[in-house]
Design a protein around this ligand. Structure first.
Ligand SMILES: NC(=O)C1=CN([C@@H]2O[C@H](COP(=O)(O)OP(=O)(O)OC[C@H]3O[C@@H](n4cnc5c(N)ncnc54)[C@H](O)[C@@H]3O)[C@@H](O)[C@H]2O)C=CC1
Ligand SMILES: O=C(O)CCC(=O)C(=O)O
Length: 460
């Protein structure tokens, strides 16, 4: 072994040990936060080659600082239901990192929300937002409130109570929440109304995903799903492939899924399945997206009702069954950890060629390793689903300049942003010795910008 090789090896060993120590300390500080620890593990392991080459990141304690949120707010959300009974939920906002700009990230209303979930989402958001190239830091929030089955008035009262605490912590230059699971234009409207009342002024830039009448951006609704398909298109094109004629399976049937299905179909794919938390539908000749939209966007119905309109389609009573349907391209767009190691192997055995993550962290660490080790095309969430937050930042820019751009203008910018994220991620993967590994590439490219900004801003 030459002296240079020996030095490189020893730097790598040092970085490996450092990452091990930092991860161990994080585990000890956050022992029950399994989802947060999962997100941390994936990131820190892929940073070893960067830390070996740029020890200043270790010397400046960048990882130690990045892994501790700047601020976590947890609060009581009391509200009165339609029967006059007092209900109490718990609200959260995790302001994770502001090195690149105001905290930015969605709010999730779902019974499974807890501090670990909000922290994993907020942590991922730091790197995702950095990848977009826009000046936005990372944050996330939410509540264990379940909007399912609640009346409009109950949702409104809950949102007003939630904002009665949150308003003190957010602002157009401080922290700009948006939607996520269970939070769409209706909830954003109620939250915005209460913020405006409490502040006594109309600050459009405090929330994104707003209605078009009061400061929303065209194409924000479509952005995450369209952005995912634009990203996967880049990844396919690099290998001389495209969506045309491919069989595609998309889990979920919410905001991200619906617009991923729409764009994949526009690019010539045959999308044969989608799902909700109860089950999935399989329509061999291609699902009818108008029916899915009617059921989910306007009807608030279960996906099982699809077969009433399309009797040739099959309904499978277990949402995980969707991954047993053979496909060329799989787009998990429902929830975290929906693909485990076994499911990943089933997809591979059935001939999947590409996987694009629309949901946040839909694959377990073991599943990601299966995809990466088998050399299939794999687009990780923090790069592939960044289109939503990217258009949120465009919404902030439009609010700031008091202009409204056309759908085409926003969509063109979205395509450029997704292309840029792909190019930066693939370049970083190659620069750090893991060519084609977009998991490593996205983590490295997202990390370096944040780390450099943190060094420039001093220890704060
Ligand atoms: N809305 C956005 O702009 C962005 C969302 N995401 C992520 O995308 C994912 C989906 O979010 P949205 O579409 O906005 O939420 P949504 O609330 O509009 O839809 C979620 C969908 O997933 C289904 N679902 C939930 N658990 C499921 C399961 N275990 N199996 C199958 N289906 C299940 C629900 O029935 C619903 O159809 C989440 O991980 C979210 O964090 C990521 C980036 C941006
Ligand atoms: O649009 C936003 O600010 C947030 C989007 C989001 O929550 C996400 O990227 O996971």
């Amino acid at each position: 072994m030459s002296t240079i090789e020996a030095t490189l090896n020893s730097k790598k060993q040092q970085a490996k040990q450092y990452v091990k120590d930092v991860y161990h300390a994080t585990e000890q500080r956050n022992p029950h936060e399994t989802e947060f620890l999962q997100a941390v593990k994936e990131i820190v392991d892929s940073l070893i080659p960067v830390l070996a080459r740029q020890p200043q990141y270790m010397e400046s304690g960048i990882l130690e600082r990045l892994l501790e949120p700047e601020k976590v707010v947890s609060f009581r959300v009391p509200w009165v239901d339609d029967h006059g009974r007092v209900q109490v939920n718990r609200g959260y906002r995790v302001q994770f990192n502001s090195a690149l700009g105001p905290y930015k990230g969605g709010l999730r209303f779902h019974p499974t929300v807890n501090q670990s979930i909000v922290k994993f989402l907020g942590f991922e958001q730091i790197f995702k937002n950095s990848l977009t190239g826009q000046l936005i830091g990372g944050g996330k929030g939410g509540s264990d409130f379940d909007p399912k089955g609640k009346s409009d008035m109950e949702v409104m009262r809950f949102c007003q109570s939630f904002m009665s605490e949150l308003y003190q912590h957010i602002g157009p230059d401080t922290d700009v929440p948006a939607g996520d699971v269970g939070v769409s234009a209706r909830e954003i409207g109620y939250l915005f109304g209460q913020y405006k009342k409490l502040r006594g002024q109309f600050e459009a830039g405090v929330l994104t995903g707003k209605g078009l009448e009061y400061g929303g951006s065209l194409a924000r609704t479509e952005a995450t799903g369209y952005g995912l398909v634009y990203f996967v298109r880049e990844m396919l094109q690099d290998k001389g492939l495209d969506f045309n004629g491919k069989t595609v399976v998309v889990s979920g049937s919410g905001n991200v899924s619906i617009y991923a299905i729409e764009k994949a179909m526009e690019f010539g794919a045959r999308v044969v399945a989608c799902s909700d938390s109860d089950g999935c539908i399989y329509d061999e000749n291609g699902i009818n997206l108008d029916t899915v939209k009617k059921l989910k966007e306007t009807g608030n119905e279960r996906i099982s009702a699809y077969t009433e309109k399309h009797p040739n389609a099959q309904y499978l009573e277990d949402c995980t069954q969707i991954w047993t349907i053979p496909c060329d391209i799989a787009l998990p767009c429902a929830t975290q950890n929906e693909i485990d190691e076994k499911t990943a192997k089933t997809l591979l055995n059935n001939g999947v060629k590409a996987v694009g993550e629309g949901a946040n962290m839909p694959s377990t660490l073991e599943a990601v390793n299966v995809f990466v080790d088998q050399d299939i095309l794999f687009a990780p969430a923090k790069a592939a689903n960044a289109g939503g937050v990217a258009v949120s930042a465009l919404e902030m820019a439009q609010n700031g300049s008091k202009h409204m751009w056309s759908f085409e203008e926003v969509d063109t910018r979205l395509q450029e942003i997704m292309k840029g994220i792909y190019q930066n991620s693939i370049q970083a993967a190659s620069d750090y010795g893991t060519p084609d590994n977009l998991v490593a590439g996205a983590n490295i490219a997202g990390f370096m910008k944040v780390a450099d900004a943190m060094i420039a801003q001093g220890v704060i």
